[in-house]
Design a binder for this molecule. Sequence first.
Ligand code: ADP
Length: 344
Amino acid sequence: MFHSARLHLTGWYLLIIMLISISFSVVIYKVLSVEVQRFDRLQRGKLERTFTLTNPSFSPAYPATKAVLVSFDPELLSETQRRLTNSLIFINTLIFVLAGGLGYWLAGRTLWPIKEMIEEQNQFITDSSHELRTPLTSLKSGLEIGLRDTELTLADARQVMTESIEEVNKLVTLSDGLLQLAQYQKPQNRTTFTTVSLAEVSQKAVNQVKTLAKNKQQVIKNNIQNLKLEANPDGLQDLLVILIDNAIKYSPDKSTITLSSQKTDGSVKIRVSDEGIGIADHDQTHIFDRFYRADLARSKSVATGYGLGLSIAKKIVATHQGTLTVASQEKKGSTFTVTLPLKH
Ligand code: ADP
């Protein structure tokens, strides 16, 4: 598909370049022909006048005059025109070959980002369908087994329903994550950026997840300074929720999660630190990829998830032209650092 689109675009580039080139050649040919004829007429007139003055018995048939006038004879004129036509044909052929090669290269460069975008979209659909299949299959088989069981008691039916609701909840979480990812995949409109108070946004994010921390008897220390920055308030809150939620999920009961900030020249660093399971070195480069889950996290006993949170966080940070990094040590804890410009 990419190849045929590239050839198609090359054809259009070639057509446009050749139309311009041939039009110019026709104009050049016409102008030069008219100029040569005018020059010829002027020279003939001038010579005839000179000879008439110096030689009253002038006649175009006079041998000396003939010798001079011969250089402007019609044959020479048509020869000049023929040579001009040949040169223009040669130049146009050269332009055709060069424009073909250049057009093919240019078409490739033009289509490359579109190709990458389509591949990315296809990968997104494939990955999403794959992830959606697991809870759907488990939901289907649970219901089928329940339906086939002729001795199903009310208690069994309740059990099947409870398990089904769990799978439906997983599907809801997954589709919410996918929707959020798709939302931040779109180029952000700068009009969504306003001056926000970092302390206020971070407190809202903490409030959103504090019940989860309470369930694990964890403490969230919010040491974020009260400074202002230009950002999308919802995006910033979602970003902090993702990081704090992960810190809660991947940390043991009764541990502490610390939020801090540091203002530097024109930017702010926001840190979310935990005393959790940490991330192995070989996982640290992949955790920002969609659907990636580190080995430790994949073991169901630790926490459930779909590996979407950090890829959403990365997209939010990218829309703010910032960076997101991690420093972590297994069994010691992790610190995620977001660096955002204060102004855009
Ligand atoms: P999810 O948490 O749903 O699996 P994320 O994209 O948020 O997805 O995280 C990707 C992976 O990064 C997680 O599966 C986990 O392995 C690792 N991770 C993220 N945050 C932490 C953290 N604070 N501590 C330890 N591991 C983490």
